[in-house]
Design a protein around this ligand. Structure first.
Ligand SMILES: C[S@@+](CC[C@H](N)C(=O)[O-])C[C@H]1O[C@@H](n2cnc3c(N)ncnc32)[C@H](O)[C@@H]1O
Length: 498
């Protein structure tokens, strides 16, 4: 994932949270392009990479890679060509890629493969936020499914029942990580280019909620008033029922005039809250707190901290929660450990369902927010990487839900593998780290029973999933689970897609 094109989760290790001083002229570019004409049988396309002196070759695209780029072979090495489809024959300009690969810039299509469509966003091709808008629905779903199958193969945890992919609709993304800049007196608000650090000044973003795109123009007007030239600031904009919650990460200092301008932005754009963080590792300072920012989770309302994780789309969150809940449907109340719990996205509804939930997360603000609904739910701050719940501690639970950041939960998965917990529900935003953690669980005797894939980062290479693992079937009688036979019992109500 390109750092600056990071979608909206705040846990990506490569997110550019901070201020970067940059050379004049490299801040950004304005993208005013029409929908990419390549989808309609183009003959020429603008080069996307700065190198324009590399050799030219005609190649055939034979696969789509892990980031959605078309893959060809040139001189025995993999060649990645963005925005192509399998079956394309294309003339490319070559540049060296990482690890002995090539990168290709499409210059002309000699013939076109099937499964293409017109990208819906005018910025597609320059903006790094989406990489797969050029695939039609069938090819898109097939590519996501192939990613999943590759993860299952790597995990070696069995062949699960796979429920249909839940795809969130356009306009459902409630959090955007934006790059803001001022260059030669002009403000830029957008995402980074797919390759390089340019900011693509966005007029539209079809994946985002309208409340977020409506912020682009007032943000630009404000930045011109107070941001120094050639400075880049990161912003997290979250659309909530109370209004947009905006956090600026940088610049490192704010003058009185800048504070005044930001307070005016909060009023003018009717923000619920505007906060400023001098750098990603510094405390957050409120600039304007106009309304409490809350989030409904099941029957509970939590006060949303300005930082911290939030599932990026309400539809995606609902699909993940439905799949987690389905794993416990019809069974006895369980003692559940909710690991990497955030503000209680899964744990609070499970507590409302009658289970007893103990939640853990390293984010103290999230844990503080997650407290509330009485004896059925409790939460503790704990770094599960440095101090995972041990097999002995896990002995007190009937089931575990774990939802780690993109890097996965290696240490915690190792402890789970040593534990006797009968059922483990893994929520993952990264099939690669999921495969590694699932492999650890499989080594410990867990079997992957069923998976619900959820496509929350529409048109990106990301994929989320909820996976249910069960320990040895003979545990079923002890813990009130139905006995497992084969990979899926047809009568099991949990097999129903959410
Ligand atoms: C993908 S989010 C999931 C949060 C929550 N389950 C939800 O759906 O909203 C990952 C969570 O892991 C937490 N986290 C990251 N590293 C952690 C660690 N080493 N120990 C415990 N929690 C961690 C983050 O604070 C974040 O809340």
């Amino acid at each position: 994932m390109s750092a600056s094109a990071a979608p909206s989760g705040r846990d990506g290790a490569d997110d550019p949270c901070g201020v970067v001083r940059i050379a004049r002229g490299t801040v950004g570019e304005v993208s005013r392009r029409r929908p990419d004409p390549r989808s309609r049988g183009p003959r020429r396309a603008a080069p996307a990479f700065p190198r324009d002196d590399g050799p030219i070759a005609a190649v055939s695209i034979t696969a789509l890679g892990a980031h959605g780029d078309g893959v060809a072979t040139h001189e025995g090495r993999p060649l990645f060509v963005p925005w192509t489809v399998v079956g394309d024959r294309v003339t490319v300009r070559l540049a060296p890629g990482p690890g002995g690969t090539w990168r290709g810039t499409s210059l002309a299509w000699l013939s076109r493969g099937p499964g293409r469509r017109a990208p819906p966003c005018r910025h597609f091709g320059s903006c790094g936020g989406c990489t797969l808008q050029h695939l039609d629905e069938t090819s898109y779903r097939a590519w996501k499914r192939a990613r999943l199958d590759a993860a299952f193969a790597r995990a070696g945890a069995g062949a699960p029942t796979v429920h249909p992919l839940v795809v969130v609709p356009p306009g459902d993304r409630r959090r955007l990580g934006l790059a803001l800049a001022r260059s030669e007196g002009r403000a830029l608000v957008g995402l980074r280019a797919r390759h390089g650090h340019r900011i693509i000044d966005l007029e539209a973003c079809p994946v985002a909620m309208p409340a977020l795109t409506a912020l682009f123009a007032p943000l630009r007007a404000s930045l011109v008033a107070w941001l120094a030239d050639d400075t880049v600031v990161h912003a997290w904009a979250t659309a909530t029922a109370d209004g947009v919650d905006l956090v600026l990460v940088g610049p490192s200092t704010l003058s009185l005039g800048a504070r005044q301008a930001l307070a005016e932005l909060a009023v003018g754009a009717d923000l619920a809250r505007l906060s400023w963080q001098p750098a990603a590792d510094r405390p957050i300072e409120p600039i304007a707190a106009r309304r409490p920012v809350t989030l409904g989770i099941g029957p509970f309302t939590v006060a949303l901290p300005p930082t911290g994780f939030l599932q990026p789309s309400p539809t995606g969150e609902a699909a993940l929660l439905a799949a987690v809940r389905a794993a416990f449907a019809g069974g006895l109340p369980r003692r559940i450990a909710d690991l990497y719990a955030g503000v209680g996205t899964f744990g609070l509804p499970l507590a409302a369902d009658g289970h007893s939930v103990r939640a853990f997360d390293a984010d103290a603000a999230a844990i503080a927010a997650a407290h509330g609904p009485g004896a059925a739910f409790s939460a503790a701050c704990r770094d599960l990487g440095a101090a995972p719940l041990t097999a002995a501690e896990l002995a007190g639970f009937d089931a575990v839900v774990f939802d780690p950041p993109r890097a996965g939960a290696a240490a915690q998965a190792a402890e789970l593998a040593r534990s006797a917990v009968p059922e483990v529900i893994a929520v993952s935003c990264n099939p690669a780290s999921f495969a590694r953690d699932a492999s650890a669980l499989a080594t410990g005797g867990y079997r992957l029973i069923e998976v619900t894939p959820v496509d929350q980062f529409l048109w990106s290479a990301h994929l989320e999933l909820v996976a249910r693992f069960a320990r040895d079937p003979s545990c079923g009688a002890v813990f009130g689970l139905r006995p497992l036979s084969g990979s899926a019992a047809p009568s099991d109500p949990r097999k129903a897609p959410p």
